[in-house]
Design a protein around this ligand. Structure first.
Ligand code: ADP
Ligand code: MG
Length: 359
């Protein structure tokens, strides 16, 4: 029996992105998120020509039931929510039911899938939104999707964007083994052992991996997890500051501002700490619906988020300084803590007035 339903108009209007997913990097992001939602522990992404003409994503997730294969390509067809009420509790990466429809509208898609319950796997071929064929096809449990298309404009920078997409997703999903293959060459590979530090090692190398500390911090109903770097590996740009909210990559100045404040005094002006942090917060308290493609979020309580990030980083930095001055002994601990407490009221005001140090 299938699981996918068409959403009603009310729900559609509430969540509609109206986004056409065109870029290879966006196609890959959507498909990998589907694999994650399907519970995959192993995801392989293969691209050719920088993803301009060929993309293949293979996962070992739960698969798509045979009777769901056609409806999966309909607009607003999803197995993840039933109505707008579910938006307050939804924890899956997707829920709009638009990605497959949007991708199939502009490309040739071959999808092969098998569920645990089925004896056989099935293959569907979809082009310009039409199902061209459906037949039994050998498959293990899981899904593989091959997307072929002709882009008029060749964009040779696309593989860089694709690497960024996989890097971010891999970092925040250390329990999943990822592999990105570009023109037959493996460019990213993680082992899925559940440890973010191992993923950092795979992506950024040994030196960085040896200069980070795990963060696990709870501030009221907000949980902050991830890793932060020693002052030594601070960079002159923010490329190594990645923030996630419920495992979605976001850009938000409350987060970067809190980070800047927390590192203040430990790294020189104009340098930015290495920070990879995931904020876990009740879905009802954050609107990920603001603009799905533009990576914006709207927090209900910005000040609280600011505090959570600030304290999570500061505490980890101070804790590490405790240990034989690992994080550089610029100040004595006592002095640091004193200064830290003093600065707190100032920070609170800053966050409330939204007078951030930049932008
Ligand atoms: P959404 O993810 O918002 O539900 P999509 O268009 O991305 O919408 O996918 C439609 C449906 O197809 C999903 O709800 C899911 O049931 C199914 N699906 C897509 N990709 C996969 C996959 N890799 N594994 C299992 N099911 C999938
Ligand atoms: Mg999806």
């Amino acid at each position: 029996m299938g699981n996918i339903v068409l959403l009603d108009d009310l729900t559609i209007n509430k969540i509609a992105a109206g986004e056409v997913i065109e870029r290879p990097a966006s196609v890959i992001k959507e498909m990998v998120e589907n694999s994650i939602d399907a519970g995959a522990t192993n995801i392989v992404v293969e691209i050719k020509n920088g993803g301009i003409s060929f993309i293949k994503i293979t996962d070992n997730g739960k698969g798509i039931a045979q009777d769901d294969l056609e409806i999966a390509f309909e607009r607003h067809a999803t197995s993840k929510i039933r109505s707008a009420d579910d938006l307050d509790t939804v924890t899956s990466m997707g829920f709009r039911g638009e990605a497959l429809a949007s991708i199939a509208a502009i490309s040739n898609v071959e999808l092969i899938s098998k569920t645990q319950q089925q004896e056989n796997g099935y293959k569907v071929v979809v082009e310009a939104g039409d199902i061209l064929e459906k037949e039994i096809a050998p498959s293990s449990v899981g899904t593989s999707i091959t997307v072929k298309y002709k882009f008029l404009k060749k964009d040779y920078t696309e593989s860089g964007y694709i690497e960024d997409v996989i890097t971010r997703i891999a970092l925040v999903n250390p329990q999943i083994a990822f592999k990105l293959i570009n023109n037959g060459k493996t460019v990213i590979q993680t082992n899925g052992n559940g440890d973010m530090k191992t993923v950092v090692y795979s992506i950024y190398g040994k030196t960085v991996a040896e200069s980070i500390s795990p963060v696990s911090y709870t501030y009221e109903d907000i949980k902050v997890d991830g890793v932060i770097g020693k002052p030594e590996i601070a960079r002159s740009n923010r490329s190594n500051q990645l923030f996630f909210v419920n495992k979605r990559y976001v850009r938000d100045k409350v987060l970067t501002s809190a980070t800047e404040q927390a590192y203040k005094g430990m790294i020189p002006l104009g340098k930015f700490g290495f920070v990879i942090l995931n904020i876990t917060i009740a879905p009802a308290r954050v609107d990920v619906n603001v603009h799905p493609a533009k990576l914006e979020v709207r927090f209900q309580e910005e000040n609280k988020i600011f505090q959570a990030i600030y304290h999570a980083i500061k505490d980890t930095l101070l804790k590490n300084e405790d240990k034989d001055g690992l994080f550089g002994n610029r100040n004595t601990n006592e002095k640091q803590i004193e200064e830290y407490t003093k600065r707190e009221s100032e920070i609170k005001t800053n966050a409330q007035e939204k007078t951030y140090a930049f932008e």
